[in-house]
Design a protein around this ligand. Structure first.
Ligand SMILES: *[C@@H]1O[C@H](CO)[C@@H](O)[C@H](O)[C@H]1NC(C)=O
Ligand SMILES: *[C@@H]1O[C@H](CO)[C@@H](O)[C@H](O)[C@H]1NC(C)=O
Ligand SMILES: *[C@@H]1O[C@H](CO)[C@@H](O)[C@H](O)[C@H]1NC(C)=O
Length: 396
């Protein structure tokens, strides 16, 4: 067959592309999950279709796109494993992945949608609905409930981008980045009720070169939680609330623990949250540390504990000999933090007796309580400096 007309050759390619599920535009392989049996009706288990698409994308030596069209796709636990034969796999999602309504189906898994050992994976758009409310009700009634799955987990992966994704009603954490390098989350939306238990928005640990940008997080636990071994983390332009704020910690639960270094939190609005910017460590021995942190341009709206370092965390007072934290906190700057506290103590530094906080800097902090200059600061085992306006009056 000879084809001279470029238009007809275009249609010929398009025809074969649809037939074989391979779109050859720009040499990218396109795999539409519907072509592997995924059903957009929210009822038929589509897990295998997703796994088949992944195997093709991962096995290909060319960049590949997995496409999820509009509709609701019921997906059970899926594990997307590397190492792959190419380092550019895009999940382009127009629809919603829905977890099973019965929380027991994935409730004992650590992760619902789990990527492990991948390089160069992007998720663009789409929604993930964890259907967590049944499990939260179970937990509230103190029955014997599964602990619940993280909605989206990336472990031991590099060069990951998550853009325009919405996570709804996770059973446990929404998104966990663990053991990764170079991950960018942007335009992410996280929604769960303020009373949903342990539904942290984005949790980062043992990872470096991570950015979380331009995102909205409304949930029942920390909007962002930062675990041991995190370095070079940049968080900017976030709306947090309801939720428990942005928290470095809890750290120092284990004796041998990697530290947290070089964290920037800039241009964040906290509204009706339990905490604003927090550093939290267990009151027990540890090799951990927190060093070089900047909280900058932060607005607090009726936040219960706007600025807090708490080194005496010890639920049920168990295994905290002497209530002394080994975690060394140093070089933490609070710059241009303003707004309102929902409680009288707007600034609280409760540091370790053995390892006092060092290098705490306050610059232009103005937090009011009930529209009066009645807010207070409280200090224990902390040293630092202040510049500019500081309200409530500093206790450093
Ligand atoms: C990568 O390509 C090789 C050779 O074509 C193949 O044997 C292998 O199974 C592929 N890897 C994956 C993860 O599919
Ligand atoms: C701190 O992290 C930022 C990214 O968040 C990076 O650009 C910068 O180079 C890091 N600084 C050091 C001293 O590692
Ligand atoms: C602190 O903020 C309040 C409310 O915005 C404002 O009325 C007050 O003048 C500020 N205080 C200082 C010292 O700038």
């Amino acid at each position: 067959m000879k084809i001279n007309n470029p238009l007809s050759s275009f249609f010929l390619i398009l025809f074969f592309s649809i037939l074989f599920d391979l779109c050859i535009a720009n040499d990218v392989m396109l795999h539409n999950v519907v072509n592997f049996g995924a059903k957009p009706n929210g009822k038929i288990d589509s897990s295998n279709a997703f796994l088949t698409a992944w195997d093709l994308a991962c096995g290909s030596t060319k960049p590949s796109t997995i496409y999820v069209p509009r509709g609701n796709f019921l997906v059970k636990q899926v594990h997307f494993r590397g190492k792959c034969n190419n380092s550019e796999i895009i999940f382009r999602i127009d629809g919603t992945l829905v977890a099973p309504f019965d929380y027991n189906v994935i409730g004992n898994e650590k992760n619902w949608i789990f990527f492990q050992g991948v390089d160069g994976v992007s998720i663009v758009g789409g929604s993930l609905d964890g259907q967590g409310s049944g499990l939260w009700t179970c937990k509230a009634s103190e029955k014997n409930c599964p602990s619940g799955a993280t909605t989206l987990g990336f472990s031991n992966s590099n060069n990951v981008a998550i853009t325009g994704l919405t996570s709804l009603n996770s059973q446990m954490f929404h998104i966990v980045i663990n053991g990764c390098k170079n991950v960018k989350l942007q335009d992410v939306k996280v929604y769960a009720p303020g009373k949903s238990p342990n539904t942290d928005g984005i949790h980062v640990q043992l990872s470096s070169d991570i950015s979380i940008l331009d995102s909205i997080i409304s949930t029942g636990d920390d909007c962002v939680s930062i675990g041991p071994g995190t370095s070079n983390l940049w968080i900017q332009n976030i709306a947090c609330g309801p939720g428990h704020g942005i928290s470095i910690g809890s750290l120092g639960k284990d004796f041998e623990e990697a530290g947290v270094r070089n964290v920037t939190v800039r241009s964040v609005i906290f509204k009706d949250t339990q905490n604003g910017v927090r550093i939290k460590t267990w009151g027990r021995p540890s090799t951990g540390f927190v060093n070089n942190v900047l909280f900058q341009h932060v607005t607090m709206i009726d936040v219960e504990n706007p600025i807090v370092i708490d080194q005496n965390y010890c639920p049920n007072n168990k295994n905290c000999p002497g209530q002394v934290s080994g975690v060394k906190v140093s070089d933490v700057t609070y710059q241009d933090i303003h707004g309102s506290s929902a409680t009288r103590v707007a600034m609280k530094f409760d540091c370790s007796k053995r390892n006092p906080c060092r290098g705490i800097k306050l610059e232009d902090v103005n937090i009011t309580y009930k529209n009066e200059p009645a807010a207070q600061a409280s200090c224990a085992n902390v040293a630092g400096t202040t510049t500019g306006i500081i309200q409530p009056t500093s206790c450093l």
